[in-house]
Ligand binder design. Structure first.
Ligand SMILES: Cc1cc2nc3c(=O)[nH]c(=O)nc-3n(C[C@H](O)[C@H](O)[C@H](O)COP(=O)(O)O)c2cc1C
Length: 255
């Protein structure tokens, strides 16, 4: 039987096991002992020898892990993204879900959380590497709870790579689908106490049948002025879903 070196990454600490055939064990013990002594002197590990079991000698090496490491105790080494969102009729929720799916498909971990849940149930920020916040544009602005939430959690948001995305039907026009060209995005960046490190504009959905009559009347008026659809039976999804998935992958790359 030859020497065998196994490196295992446990949940709480990396662990190195050396299984040694009996006829080589003394040499390897001496070699390993020297390595451990040197490493311990450098302050990089604390050796802990385990009694030989059967024919094999086994050594565990406990390596102290910095708190910033992805191997931090209890922390999943997989990169993770949390997407906060607000949604009146579910379209921004669908955008958040698609972002999460694309992150998962790219090998990351992703969760979506309604801002209302975050406010009332709390957030364990330590579980996430990247955070994003998304909200639909409603009559030229955003629900108050969005501004309140990002102001209340500014430090936690700023402590990680972060991004804000808005969802609006005006972004169906390419010139209004950029951060600079979308005045609702500019409004957010000016009015928000939290200044996101990145911003993303996403085209939303016209869904007259889902909206109450008074909203239908208002939006029909707005659409008339902006050459948009006015047929009250219209359901038009302007979202570029491939672009949303690319945004999800981009968020993961920020980790
Ligand atoms: C009451 C209401 C007001 C809206 N106001 C605007 C607006 O001012 N500008 C705009 O571009 N889109 C506006 N929209 C379109 C929404 O931003 C779009 O439908 C979005 O996809 C809604 O997402 P949600 O389903 O997550 O709420 C409005 C939609 C509703 C229902």
């Amino acid at each position: 039987m030859g020497d065998c070196l196994l490196i295992r990454f446990g949940r709480h600490q990396p662990r190195i096991e050396v299984a040694v055939a009996p006829w080589r064990s003394r040499n390897v013990r001496i070699f390993l002992g020297t390595m451990l002594t040197v490493s311990a002197r450098l302050g990089r590990c604390q050796p802990r020898c385990v009694a030989p079991s059967g024919a094999l000698a086994q050594y565990d090496i406990m390596v102290p892990v910095k708190r910033t490491s992805t191997l931090q105790e209890g922390k999943d080494p997989m990169k993770s993204v949390l997407v906060f969102y607000v949604s009146r009729r579910g379209h921004t929720a669908r955008v958040a879900r698609t972002i999460c799916e694309s992150i998962t498909a790219s090998g990351g971990r992703a969760e979506m959380m309604e801002i209302r849940e975050a406010v009332h149930e709390g957030v364990d920020w330590s579980r996430y590497d990247v955070v994003a916040v998304g909200a639909p544009v409603i009559y030229g602005t955003y629900d108050k709870e969005v501004f309140q939430f990002v102001a209340d959690n500014r430090d936690a948001l700023d402590g990680k790579p972060n991004s804000f995305f808005n969802v609006s039907v005006v972004a169906r026009n390419p010139e209004k689908a950029t951060v600079e060209g979308n005045r609702y995005m500019q409004k957010f960046l000016q009015r928000s106490a939290w200044k996101p490190k990145e911003a993303k504009v996403i085209a939303g959905k016209v869904d007259y049948p889902a909206w109450p009559w008074y909203d239908v009347l208002m939006i029909q008026m707005i659409m008339k002025m902006t050459n948009g659809p006015t047929d009250r039976r219209a359901v038009i999804d302007y979202t570029d879903w491939d672009d949303v998935r690319a945004y999800g992958r981009h968020l993961l790359s920020l980790a």
